[in-house]
Design a protein around this ligand. Structure first.
Ligand code: TXA
Ligand code: MG
Length: 322
């Protein structure tokens, strides 16, 4: 399903989803982006709030709409075959190996920045985060545009990232020039962020591409997130719903929350004991819990194991009270 819904006052008239050609929809989104406006676009991980990454004024709108601090750098989305030396001052061999193995896909690489990328895009850091998203709509847009797209998750700062257009925050939706509906995101949590600027590669944010997979490609150890100066955007409370969450090994039949196995009351949502399926469902489940307006909900802890690392990370942050 592809639909382009735009604000009549600033962009084209609202276009109903049925019967509209995909190419028209994408052309509208591309036009908005070329004019320095924002568009909400699907990626395989979560929906992104996109702007021309090389246009400082366009990028400043992302910070304004998200309420994001100016020192939190954005990911620059590029075509899978992009010449990375346009954006990065150095492209180490490790970056070439990782892009070959995982692009397009949910892997973001932090490299030394080239002067062509505006300082605002990278939170005034001397590094730049690059990723080629694996979603047909995002890929088609990048093909149509002659610039890369800065795109953070399309949520307000510190809240849950949307994985469907229905889960988009009204304020974000109303401030974008338009929204491209690409259906539910297949991965469901944000990309793995790996820093390749140090002596040793290091994971700044775990994601569904695991440390073990990266180590297998690079043939070297990859640092734990805790080893390093923290990634600027990784506040302990992040990805958090309004509902206070408590993580515990077992949720009782009376308690509300996310459970494995069949729900035993109206306020329980069933999660799968499979990391891919769990990740895909997690944010929409948290948003659904929020709609129940509960003071408190519980989350049955998933198993340990590297394939659950990113999910544990998001659950920990979602449950952090301050
Ligand atoms: O899956 C994703 O990565 C989604 C989709 C839309 O692509 N995007 C996303 O963007 O999650 P955002 O802005 O919500 O998170 C970007 C993460 C933050 O943790 C940020 O600190 C880190 O990437 N990051 C970006 N640029 C960086 C840099 N130059 N150095 C270190 N970390 C950086
Ligand atoms: Mg985010």
């Amino acid at each position: 399903m592809v639909a382009w819904a735009s604000r009549p006052s600033r962009c084209h008239a609202f276009v109903p989803s049925r019967g509209q050609a995909v190419s028209d929809t994408l052309e509208q989104a591309a036009d908005c982006l070329r004019r320095g406006e924002l568009a909400v676009i699907p990626t395989e991980t979560v929906y992104g709030l996109a702007a021309n990454a090389l246009n400082a004024q366009a990028v400043s709108k992302i910070f304004e709409v998200k309420g994001r601090p100016a020192d939190h750098p954005l990911i620059v989305h590029v075509r899978p075959d992009a010449d990375l030396s346009q954006f990065a001052a150095q492209v180490p061999e490790s970056a070439n190996r990782l892009r070959k193995a995982f692009w397009p896909g949910p892997l973001t690489m932090v490299l030394r920045k080239s002067p062509g990328v505006p300082a605002i895009t990278t939170g005034r850091r001397d590094t730049v985060a690059l990723r080629a998203p694996n979603h047909p709509i995002a890929l088609a847009l990048l093909e149509m545009l002659d610039f890369p797209l800065a795109a953070p998750s399309a949520n307000r700062f510190m809240s849950v990232s949307p994985t469907t257009v229905e889960d988009l925050d009204g304020a974000i939706r109303s401030k974008a020039c338009g929204v491209v509906d690409g259906g539910p995101c297949q991965v469901g949590i944000e990309s793995t962020v790996v820093d390749l600027t140090g002596e040793q590669p290091a994971i700044l944010r775990p994601g569904m591409i695991s440390r073990a997979q990266i180590e297998a490609v690079l043939g070297v150890k990859v640092g734990e997130p805790e080893d390093l100066a923290r990634s600027p955007g990784t506040h302990p409370r992040h990805y958090a719903p309004r509902t206070k969450l408590i993580l515990k090994p077992n949720v009782t039949p009376e308690e509300p929350g996310l459970v494995f196995g069949k729900p035993r009351n109206l306020h329980q949502l069933e999660m799968q004991r499979n990391p891919e399926a769990y990740a895909k469902r997690l944010y929409s489940a948290l948003i659904e819990l929020d709609k129940m307006d509960l003071p408190l909900a519980f989350v049955e802890l998933p198993p340990d194991g590297v394939e659950w690392e990113a999910i544990h990370d998001r659950l920990r942050r979602a449950a952090q009270s301050e």
